[in-house]
Ligand binder design. Structure first.
Ligand code: SF4
Length: 237
């Protein structure tokens, strides 16, 4: 794939400060100007986040991804029952589906993805199983409000340009409005989130409990969303 052939050249173009001096795909340079001190601030935030016990009905441990120098942020819903075994967001079956979408569209491995996109979520602890047995319980309004200050601090530190909310709860948080997935997936969107103007490309939740992305119109809209992401991500990395 052309993108993979260009990757080494692209990486070599980065200076020691992380700034891209020339992008072989002709995109605007400079998003790696994210200062190193912000990375340290993000690591300090993670240390505080790991000690958070604000939600009595949530099960720890707190799951978060590594601090990264990136202007792309993915926002998921909450970890599932197995993520604590690997201590990575999207570390189990839903993650396999999510990373497959990026592998098919951009040629990225899971490691490529994790090294390039900062992964956050509307809740960082496992909410437990849903009482009706249909998958995991969704975080409630109080739990999302409890966890929102962590997201807000991450957004203010990273100052992302592109947000990828995954699933209805994350889409609602980022766009601050509700609606059916067909209104959001596959369309280029914009939002002002925690005071930062961002481009938004929404994805459906890759959970095995959801059939939305495996039936029409979800299949076609997901393809459209991945095309939008390819256009935005291939020129960044
Ligand atoms: S879900 Fe968020 S706010 Fe609630 S305990 Fe976990 S990290 Fe803290």
């Amino acid at each position: 794939m052309v993108f993979q052939a260009l990757r080494k050249k692209d990486l070599a173009a980065r200076s020691a400060t992380g700034r891209v001096s020339e992008n072989p795909l002709g995109c605007a340079a400079g998003f790696f100007s994210y200062p190193a001190r912000a990375l340290t601030a993000l690591e300090n935030l993670h240390a505080e986040l790991r000690a958070c016990r604000r939600c009595p009905a949530m099960s720890g441990p707190v799951i978060h991804g590594p601090a990264l120098r990136t202007d792309v942020m993915l926002v998921g819903q909450a970890p599932g029952p197995h993520e604590h075994k690997v201590m990575k967001p999207f570390g189990w079956t839903a993650g396999k589906t999510l990373f497959k979408w990026f592998e098919q569209s951009l040629g990225w491995s899971e490691d490529d993805f994790r090294a390039r996109i900062y992964i956050a979520a509307v809740a960082r602890c496992f909410p437990g199983k849903a009482v009706n047995g249909g998958g995991d319980r969704k975080p409630d309004e109080t739990e999302m409000a409890n966890c929102r200050p962590w997201l807000e601090r991450e957004v203010k530190l990273l100052r992302p340009k592109l947000i990828i909310p995954v699933g209805a709860l994350a889409i609602e948080q980022v766009l601050q409005r509700k609606g059916p997935l067909v209104d959001f997936i596959g369309r280029p969107l914009k939002a002002t989130w925690h005071g930062i103007e961002v481009e938004v490309v929404a994805l459906p939740h890759p959970s095995g409990a959801s059939t939305w992305h495996r039936t029409e119109p979800g299949i076609g809209l997901l393809k459209q969303a991945m095309k939008l992401l390819k256009a935005r991500l291939a020129c960044r990395f």
